[in-house]
Design a protein around this ligand. Structure first.
Ligand SMILES: [Fe+2]
Length: 288
C-alpha cells in the first residue's frame, strides 16, 4: 500500500551496558494475545536523505519478503538526496510520521545547530526547485498532512516521544539521570511504542532501563510489559556502527537489523554540495 494519497540537538549518547537482559527477552509466543499476531512490519526511521542507505534497507526488506513498511519520520535533512528518499518513502511505506527535520522543511527549523539548519534550508530549496509541478506538489501535500502519532492494535508510533512527538529525545542515559522523565513518558504508552529521533537503537523498559540490540542478541521478546523501542536510524546511525539500522515487528518479538551500504558514495555526495557541512558525511563513516 502506498502512502501517497494518505496523506539540534545532537545526540552523541550510546547505550550504557548493563549485565542482565530483561526477563521478557525470551518470552514465549503464548504470552501474546492472538489478535495481535499479524504479518511482519518493517519499521524504518531517520533516513536523512541518504539514498544509498535507504535502498540497501529496502532491498533487505524485500529479500525477507516483508511487504509492510512504516516510517517514523526524518526522511529528509542532513543528506544529499532528499527528493529521491521522499519519493521512495511515498511509494513504499504505509505511513510516514512527522519528524523534526520534516517539520523544518514545511514550517521552520527548531533548535537546530548551524550545520543542520543550513542543510534544512538547502533541502527546502530542492523541494521548491523541482520543475515537475505534479511531483513537487505531491511532496508538499505529503509534508503538509504528515501525522505526528499513529495508534494501531499492537502499538503506538511517534518520531520522538509520546508526550512531545516531534522534538523530545529519549536518551539511554535518561534511565539513570532522569528516571522521572522516563516514568512520565511511559504513562503515555499503553503497551508498545516505536520511536526514532536519537538514532540509537534499543529498548526502554519501565524499571527504568535501556537495552541495546547487542544486549538483547538482536531480538526483544514481547510480553504484556510496556516497552519503548527505538529502531535506530537508516541514514545516520549514532551508535558507533555505521551500518543502516531498522526494526521488524514480528508476532511475538521485535527484531533489530543492521545493513551495510555504500557509505563512501554518500560521503562524496555530501562533500560535493557546498551547503552541506562535510562533517555530515564524515560522521557516517564512524556511525556517530
Ligand atoms: Fe533524525
Amino acid at each position: 500500500m502506498a502512502l501517497g494519497s494518505a496523506l539540534n540537538h545532537e545526540s552523541e549518547d550510546t547505550a550504557s551496558p548493563r549485565a542482565t537482559p530483561p526477563e521478557n527477552a525470551a518470552a514465549s509466543s503464548s504470552d501474546i494475545p492472538t489478535s495481535q499476531v499479524a504479518a511482519p512490519l518493517a519499521i524504518i526511521s531517520d533516513i536523512h536523505s541518504n539514498f544509498e542507505a535507504l535502498t540497501a534497507v529496502l532491498a533487505e526488506i524485500d529479500r525477507r519478503n516483508i511487504t509492510r513498511i512504516a516510517c517514523l519520520g526524518d526522511v529528509i535533512g542532513y543528506g544529499p538526496n532528499p527528493l529521491e528518499c521522499m519519493d521512495l518513502v511515498l511509494q513504499r511505506c504505509e505511513f510516514s510520521l512527522m519528524g523534526n527535520h520534516d517539520f523544518a522543511i514545511f514550517y521552520e527549523p527548531h533548535n537546530f545547530n548551524t550545520a543542520a539548519e543550513n542543510a534544512a534550508f538547502w533541502t527546502r530549496s530542492q523541494f521548491e526547485n523541482d520543475p515537475e509541478t505534479e511531483r513537487r506538489n505531491q511532496r508538499w501535500r505529503h509534508l503538509g498532512v504528515m501525522q505526528t502519532r499513529i495508534a494501531r492494535d499492537r502499538f503506538i508510533a511517534v518520531h520522538a516521544s509520546p508526550r512531545r512527538p516531534i522534538n523530545e529525545y529519549i536518551f539511554p542515559d535518561d534511565t539513570y539521570s532522569a528516571p522521572g522523565k522516563i516514568a512520565a513518558i511511559f504513562e503515555r504508552v499503553p503497551h508498545l511504542c516505536f520511536v526514532g529521533h536519537t538514532h540509537v537503537p534499543g529498548v526502554f523498559v519501565t524499571d527504568p532501563d535501556f537495552y541495546s540490540p547487542d544486549e538483547l542478541a538482536g531480538r526483544y521478546g514481547l510480553t504484556s510489559a510496556k516497552a519503548i523501542v527505538n529502531v535506530g536510524s537508516v541514514g545516520q546511525p549514532r551508535d558507533r556502527d555505521p551500518r543502516a539500522s531498522f526494526g521488524i515487528l514480528h508476532a511475538d518479538s521485535v527484531e533489530f537489523v543492521r545493513v551495510p551500504y555504500d557509505v563512501q558514495t554518500t560521503v562524496e555526495k555530501v562533500q560535493a554540495i557546498d551547503a552541506l557541512d562535510n562533517f555530515l558525511g564524515l560522521r557516517l563513516l564512524e556511525g556517530r
